[in-house]
Design a protein around this ligand. Structure first.
Ligand code: AHM
Ligand code: MG
Length: 339
């Protein structure tokens, strides 16, 4: 039998080392990989630990949502006019509290807060977070998620926070991740050195490395888009959907960004939320929904664009800025862009 000479298929020493850590507890994994982070080693570890802890609390609340009276709308609306669910609000409180206690984050941008939250400390990091995304799925026992982007603040810690600390482009993220509250709960994150996924073991209360060095398949056969809105789609988007059908691709749309993204990440696929004639800038939020997933997809050999440019290069003008979003397997996103 001929031996393959394709060197790109050979796992790198680094990915073999990560693969060997399979089963490691999150804390140990973070410690063992601290040297990959270009800033002071303990800071990011503490921050990720705070996020993991808050996600465990949220996971507990998500899991018991059907049992106690914490479901249903709060009767209030957030800035975008979405009805806030009690669990959205609770998740926001849990993450804010954990990050405030940890002390590494000085400012928090959240889907649930109209302006940024100044945590009044000397923390060197800024976080943008959607504490519980997929609000239409909360009440119906379908997967939901948390999405976060971490930035290094630009001005001196301890001084008043400036807009240059807050309005940073996606390319300036130092870490990003998501938590998927699904049939099992997973934490997936990157610090710019590949993507690793951890599965939560509820009886031990611990995340363990289950998906080392995640890579998105280069191509795929799944397309995820809310076709119910097709009357408001542009012709190129409709043509691309037609192309997917002509190829007998599979349509899968959960309506929870994290869940749709995660499935495509593992199986290969494209997620699209285009600009529509109703929402000229699309629906999704750049700072706390799209940037993190764009960073993760690129780290996993995938691709993310707004249809015109790389998501990570889009200038931020507003905390709650919306964008069109095409993300997933590189070849599929490229094909969609050719339309
Ligand atoms: P949310 O922040 O109110 O939960 O909205 C974001 C969600 C995404 O998770 C999902 O992909 C999308 O909105 C679904 O929107 P639609 O119902 O218009 O298809
Ligand atoms: Mg959201």
């Amino acid at each position: 039998m001929q031996r393959s000479t394709n060197k790109t298929n050979a796992p790198s020493i680094e990915s073999s080392r990560i693969a060997q850590s399979i089963g490691s507890a999150l804390d140990r994994f973070i410690k063992n990989n601290q040297n990959q982070f270009q800033y002071a080693s303990g800071e990011l570890s503490q921050l990720l630990r705070d996020i993991a802890l808050a996600s465990k609390v949220v996971n507990r609340e998500v899991n018991k949502a059907g049992l106690i009276d914490i479901m249903g709308p709060m009767g209030t609306q957030n800035l975008g006019g979405d009805h806030q669910q009690k669990l959205d609000v609770l998740a926001n409180i849990r993450f804010t509290r954990a990050l405030a206690k940890g002390g590494e984050v000085c400012a928090l941008i959240s889907e649930e807060s109209d302006s940024f939250v100044d945590l009044n400390n000397e923390g060197k990091y800024v976080i943008a977070i959607d504490p519980l995304d997929g609000s239409s799925n909360i009440d119906v026992n379908v997967s939901i998620g948390t999405i976060f982007s971490i930035y290094r603040r630009k001005t001196q810690p301890g001084t008043p926070i400036q807009s240059i600390d807050i309005l940073q482009k996606g390319s300036e993220q130092v870490a990003a991740g998501y938590v998927l509250y699904g049939s099992s709960t997973m934490l997936v994150y990157t610090t710019g050195h590949g993507v690793n996924g951890f599965t939560y073991e509820p009886s031990l209360g611990e995340y363990f490395l289950s998906h080392p060095d995640l890579k998105m398949p280069e191509g795929g056969k799944i397309y995820s888009i809310n076709e119910g809105l097709s009357n408001a789609f542009s012709k190129p988007v409709l043509d691309y959907i037609q192309y997917c059908k002509s190829q007998n691709y599979t349509a899968r749309y959960i309506g929870s960004l994290v869940a749709d993204f995660h499935r495509n990440m593992l199986k290969g696929g494209i997620y699209i939320y285009p600009a529509t004639s109703k929402d000229g800038s699309g629906k999704l939020r750049l700072m706390y929904e799209c940037n993190a997933l764009a960073f993760i997809s690129e780290q996993a050999d995938g691709m993310a664009t707004d249809g015109k440019q790389r998501i990570l290069d889009v200038e931020i003008k507003d905390l709650h800025q919306r964008t069109a979003f095409y993300v997933g397997s590189k070849k599929m996103v490229e094909k969609a862009m050719s339309y």
